[in-house]
Unconditional design. Structure first.
Length: 201
């Protein structure tokens, strides 16, 4: 549990306890009435106990609701590129490394190279395969021999089945033609989860 979540719980409990204390103090500070009898005092005690129980029930309800929402909320997808670092000098052929957690069912991770000079996206062969400890490594080709000194963006894209088919079709057509023209944009259903800017040696 994160510090923010613990803070929310503590604040809620403080509010509940504060409300109970205020209610108790309010009753203690009521002006005495000489006409009050024993039955009225007993009724006041019962009312206070009832209000205290209501406050406690509300506190328990909101705490249970908090944990229920946490339990049914899907885990957050986390994808990172650990090598190379941002603005690194890299070779034309590199093994890009990273980590990934909580990839949704039916989604695929792709490494995509974006050429800033030509404005094209280049999916790299097959989807990324995640190894032990949620780590992955993917061989990629950044530009051509004439692209030394140029800027590129390495990105990890998560695709749904439709976007995945677009990438697979592009790879198949490019391999058959023997050339890689790139894509003018990412297909619908492809979301960027991690990226770094690099410079070709």
């Amino acid at each position: 549990m994160t510090s923010g979540e613990w803070t929310s719980i503590i604040v809620a409990l403080i509010n509940v306890v504060g409300a109970i204390i205020c209610a108790y103090i309010g009753r203690k500070n009521q002006a005495p009435n000489p006409e009050n009898n024993v039955s009225q005092k007993n009724k006041a005690r019962k009312d206070f106990k009832r209000e205290t129980r209501i406050f406690l029930y509300l506190a328990l309800f909101f705490i249970a609701l908090f944990f229920l929402q946490k339990a049914i909320r899907p885990p957050q997808t986390d994808i990172r590129i650990t090598y190379p670092q941002n603005q690194a000098l890299i070779n034309r052929i590199e093994n890009i490394q990273g980590t990934s957690r909580n990839i949704p069912d039916g989604s695929q991770m792709w490494l995509v190279i974006f050429s800033k000079d030509v404005g094209k996206f280049y999916p790299q062969e097959d989807p990324i395969l995640v190894g032990p400890n949620e780590m992955w490594s993917k061989k990629c080709y950044i530009g051509s021999d004439r692209d030394a000194g140029r800027d590129f963006e390495l990105m990890v894209v998560l695709t749904d089945p439709i976007a995945n088919s677009v990438f697979l079709d592009y790879i198949e057509e490019s391999e058959s033609a023997g050339k890689w023209p790139g894509l003018n944009g990412l297909p619908e259903g492809a979301d960027v989860y991690a990226k770094v800017n690099v410079i070709r040696r």
